[in-house]
Design a protein around this ligand. Structure first.
Ligand SMILES: C[S@@+](CC[C@H](N)C(=O)[O-])C[C@H]1O[C@@H](n2cnc3c(N)ncnc32)[C@H](O)[C@@H]1O
Length: 395
């Protein structure tokens, strides 16, 4: 059997002035979890597939007279299988443990983190919070991917804890495959633009659902002359994101609390509008609304580009079932339904010319000196550094 490379140790995570202080115990916890995730994906995962092929599918076929025809049929048939149950329970447990590991690390130093963020956020108007912004129900009804309190909950004044937890833990969840600053998607988009569209020099960039800015920072770095607006509904993410960007020496991003469904910028205000890992957390009614808003805000000749995991169309039903695990077990209620949409048609309904719609694959850009194996690894059913990028140029 070929030897799978171990994920990089959490000690290589990208640190900045706001990044929480950690101990050897924290590193060890995150390393255990990253390796456990790797084990589940690369060692136990194939055995789950074997259980499907050798006993679950044959039993289904015997009973129904045909093979499972949808991921839902596969899921219902697999639910009672002990190998699947073991894999699924361990996967859920690693996510819960990852949240608790990050939360424990952050909460014990929360006062200091809040003070550091306050200091970094002082001195310019790049952080624009608006307490009147409501967190939409689709973002608050469940603790998305088991994050206690989701993105938005505030425990103390000027809270940054949810964001600090997110910033620490995502490296372990993804096994480092998004790069040391978890920005491989944004870097990939910046690189794609430089290589494929070197003439495109956006003056105003909007990133919707920026969280703590992992993927918008590389765009701001790639276009230092551009005015970049990063919006999110969650204040803790924006406080942390602004402070993190300043700590990384990036000064051309305004982090603004606003709902991407309706923004107060004039028509055609932006040349580039992006999202990263955003749509699978939008409801079925909110996504078309946001796309219409993007269409309104985009200038003629402008580009909108979105990084997501691949759509299910044309994918084998077993692969769909594995990818759909998050919908039912990881508090990602829109994951499955979003990956079913006909995105070209949805963008056309939002006003984009279907002839100018595109879909491509981009590979997360990682720090190869530290992660020599990362870009060579296969996909991890939704957590890997291989992205689908869809979007459109505005006529
Ligand atoms: C999966 S995260 C996106 C990750 C982020 N783009 C990155 O690059 O790291 C989804 C984010 O969308 C935000 N969000 C959800 N609904 C929103 C809305 N209607 N308007 C703006 N932000 C929203 C959430 O608060 C959360 O921070």
């Amino acid at each position: 059997m070929s030897q799978q490379a171990l994920p990089p140790s959490w000690q290589h995570v990208g640190r900045h002035a706001l990044f929480p202080e950690s101990t050897l115990d924290d590193t060890t916890r995150f390393d255990f979890l990253a390796n456990m995730n790797g084990y589940l994906a690369t060692r136990l995962g194939p055995k789950v597939k074997l259980a499907y092929e050798q006993r679950v599918r044959p039993a289904f076929e015997k009973e129904k007279g045909h093979a499972p025809q949808s991921r839902h049929e596969v899921r219902k048939a697999m639910a009672g299988d002990p190998v699947y149950q073991t894999w699924s329970a361990l996967r859920r447990n690693t996510m819960e443990m990852r949240q608790q590991a990050g939360r424990g690390l952050v909460l014990r130093q929360l006062d200091a983190l809040v003070e550091k963020a306050r200091a970094l956020n002082a001195g310019d108007d790049g952080l624009q919070l608006d307490p009147a912004v409501q967190v939409p129900r689709y973002a608050s009804a469940v603790d998305i991917h088991c994050m206690p309190g989701g993105y938005h909950t505030e425990l103390v004044a000027d809270d940054v804890s949810a964001a600090a937890n997110y910033d620490c833990g995502i490296f372990a969840t993804t096994g480092g495959m998004l790069g040391r600053y978890n920005d491989g998607g944004g870097q990939a988009l910046a690189q794609w633009l430089k290589e494929q569209h070197p003439q495109f020099r956006p003056r105003r960039i909007l990133d919707i659902g920026c969280t703590c800015g992992h993927n918008v920072v590389p765009l701001a770095q790639a276009f230092p002359e551009a005015e970049v607006i990063a919006v999110d509904v969650a204040a803790p993410m924006l406080r942390y994101g602004h402070a993190r960007a300043r700590a990384l020496g990036v000064n051309n991003i305004v982090f603004r609390q606003a709902n991407g469904e309706a923004l107060d910028y004039p028509d055609a205000h932006f040349d580039l509008i992006t999202t990263a890992m955003f749509w699978h957390e939008s409801s079925a009614t909110a996504m078309p609304r946001k796309l219409r808003e993007i269409n309104r805000l985009l200038a003629p000749g402008g580009l909108t580009a979105h990084l997501e995991q691949p759509q299910y169309h044309g994918m084998d039903v077993y692969e769909q079932f594995v990818r759909d695990w998050d919908t039912y077990n990881n508090n990602e209620p829109f994951w499955g339904v979003m990956h079913e949409y006909d995105l070209r048609r949805m963008m056309a309904a939002a006003g984009f010319d279907p002839e100018r719609y595109f879909e491509t694959r981009v590979r997360g850009v990682v720090d190869r000196d530290i992660f020599p194996v990362a870009s060579a690894q296969g996909e991890d059913h939704g957590r890997a550094a291989l992205w689908t990028m869809f979007g459109a140029w505005k006529a």
